[in-house]
Design a protein around this ligand. Structure first.
Ligand SMILES: CC(=O)N[C@H]1[C@@H](OP(=O)(O)OP(=O)(O)OC[C@H]2O[C@@H](n3ccc(=O)[nH]c3=O)[C@H](O)[C@@H]2O)O[C@H](CO)[C@@H](O)[C@@H]1O[C@H](C)C(=O)N[C@@H](C)C(=O)N[C@@H](CCC(=O)O)C(=O)O
Ligand SMILES: Nc1ncnc2c1ncn2[C@@H]1O[C@H](COP(=O)(O)OP(=O)(O)OP(=O)(O)O)[C@@H](O)[C@H]1O
Length: 443
């Protein structure tokens, strides 16, 4: 390994305080990230070989935030006790999980990274985990639809969040289930350097990071199921770059779910089941499920401004970012104007400033925005659907884009695409027992 390699040190977990420390070296720079788990965990579990292995894997995944400052070709993970099979998972994280970062910084790393692992033989002792679900909650519509579906099926759950704040806290409180929260503290020096010239910055696979932290919690607190709420649309990428598709939402994709599901199953001797409950659904279908009830209307938000490290001093929904535009659009066929403008505190479709970004969102110009939005054709189909709706047809955006949209796609194509949004996919990894219990409640 060269002296410019990114080096991942062996992490430490302090059984007395429940804190974990992850240290990294990048040439002359050194960084430490910390996790603080709540009390009341199983001390034996914290000393088990499975936990130690997962902590090492977590160290490697959390490393992306520090690696990205210089993005060297060499990654030294030899201090960790990793099995040879773990390497392909890490390669996916550092290649595809950082795909947007490479594309936007014009860095060609695909097929060129050297991740050195010790390839030791790792002990697998299946932990005895209770048969119960840990449901990741992000404060947006998706995880709340999962909560609702599990409740309707009578499945008990505990919510889980990393750095819970804003809409995560308010919607969890409204859901009234227990919640496990983990505090995550990034090294402030990394955040500072990310703004300096001479260092790279960009997107990291946050769902992979949160999922690994959830896997540690599942062992410490005894949960055999980790439930995500990633929709089928998340598998669509943004652009072709360096011979591959770069996807902002890679760690929400079905491809990534396959990787992490099999990793956690293997590492835990079959004890941990990881899956996304919403994988069969389009975003439009999820919006329809959400719209069935009004319980979370005043407390949830999908706007990512709520999740800035420094916190959000603005409203729950900014009404301007691609995510606000997309979510407003997919709710529009499902909710009346009064309900939807109350949720957003504004009529997003009636703001002339939003015409240009909507033109991109529906695919008439540009490419899919680097944000957590649904498929391009999905957005186009939803705009088509509301173009004759009395609540929306006279809004600035619909007036400006209606004719262009139909000319670009054709009426027939949009009609078919809209109908397809409500045909559920069988491409999912949901365990049969959960599928049988939950799906009848989705109609
Ligand atoms: C909140 C947000 O969307 N942040 C994205 C934004 O970051 P920004 O610089 O505007 O602010 P901060 O998030 O406060 O970050 C400050 C710096 O820290 C770095 N950083 C942050 C978190 C982390 O885990 N590691 C880090 O190194 C960050 O790079 C800044 O220098 O723009 C960034 C660049 O495009 C994005 O990377 C930030 O996204 C966050 C990591 C984040 O948590 N985003 C999720 C809301 C998100 O995008 N979720 C996706 C799922 C993506 C996936 O593959 O899992 C989704 O919902 O689809
Ligand atoms: N801070 C967090 N801690 C734990 N899990 C999270 C966190 N943020 C997001 N997640 C989970 O990651 C997955 C992707 O997040 P995403 O933002 O798409 O979902 P959401 O907040 O439920 O809905 P929306 O798409 O409307 O924002 C979901 O399963 C979500 O529950």
């Amino acid at each position: 390994m060269s002296d410019t390699a990114f080096i991942i040190a062996r992490p430490r977990f302090d059984i007395e305080s429940g804190s974990a420390e992850f240290t990294y070296r990048l040439g002359d720079l050194s960084f430490t990230e910390a996790l603080q788990f709540p009390g009341g965990f199983d001390r034996d579990a914290a000393q088990s070989p499975v936990f130690v292995h997962l902590l090492d894997l977590t160290a490697a995944v959390l490393g992306v935030s520090y690696y990205k400052l210089r993005a060297p070709f060499e990654i030294d993970a030899t201090a960790l006790s990793l099995a040879a099979d773990d390497r392909s998972f890490l390669l996916d994280i550092y290649e595809n999980g950082l795909g947007e970062f490479y594309a936007r910084n014009d860095l060609k790393r695909f097929g060129k990274l050297n991740i050195a692992v010790s390839a030791t033989s790792v002990t697998v002792e299946k932990p005895d985990l209770a048969d119960r679900a840990l449901v990741l909650i992000g404060g947006g519509k998706d995880s709340l639809v999962s909560v609702d579906l599990l409740e309707r099926a009578g499945i008990a759950m505990t919510l889980f969040a990393v750095n819970p704040k804003g809409p995560i806290l308010s919607s969890a409180e409204r859901a009234a289930h227990d919640m496990i929260g983990v505090r995550r503290v990034l090294d402030p020096e990394m955040i500072r350097l990310g703004k300096e010239p001479g260092f790279y910055n960009g997107h990291v696979p946050s769902t992979a990071i949160n999922s690994m932290i959830a896997s540690l919690a599942s062992l410490l607190f005894g949960y055999n199921r980790i439930v995500l709420s990633n929709e089928r649309s998340a598998s669509e990428g943004n652009i072709e770059f360096d011979g591959r598709e770069a996807n902002h939402q890679h760690s929400k994709s079905l491809e990534f779910e396959r990787h992490i599901q099999s990793l956690l199953y293997r590492v835990s001797g079959g004890a941990i089941e990881y899956f996304s409950l919403l994988r069969p659904y389009s975003e439009a279908r999820i919006a329809r499920l959400f719209a069935r009830g009004t319980r979370f209307d005043d407390v949830f938000s999908s706007c990512n401004r709520n999740f800035l490290q420094a916190g959000n001093s603005g409203p729950l929904w900014c009404g301007k970012c691609p995510k606000c535009l997309f979510v407003f659009l997919i709710f529009a066929p499902e909710m009346g104007i009064e309900r939807l403008t109350k949720i957003f505190d504004t009529n997003v479709l009636d703001n002339p400033d939003n015409i240009a970004p909507y033109r991109e969102l529906v695919g008439i110009v540009g490419h899919k925005p680097w944000e957590c939005v649904g498929e391009i054709l999905e957005a186009a189909a939803c705009l088509w659907k509301i173009s004759d709706h009395p609540d929306w047809r006279n809004t600035a955006v619909v007036q400006a884009l209606r004719d262009d949209l139909i000319a670009f796609y054709s009426q027939a194509k949009l009609q078919t695409a809209y109908a397809d949004l409500f045909v559920d996919s069988d491409q999912h990894l949901i365990p049969a027992q959960i599928e049988k219990a939950v799906f009848p409640h989705a109609n």
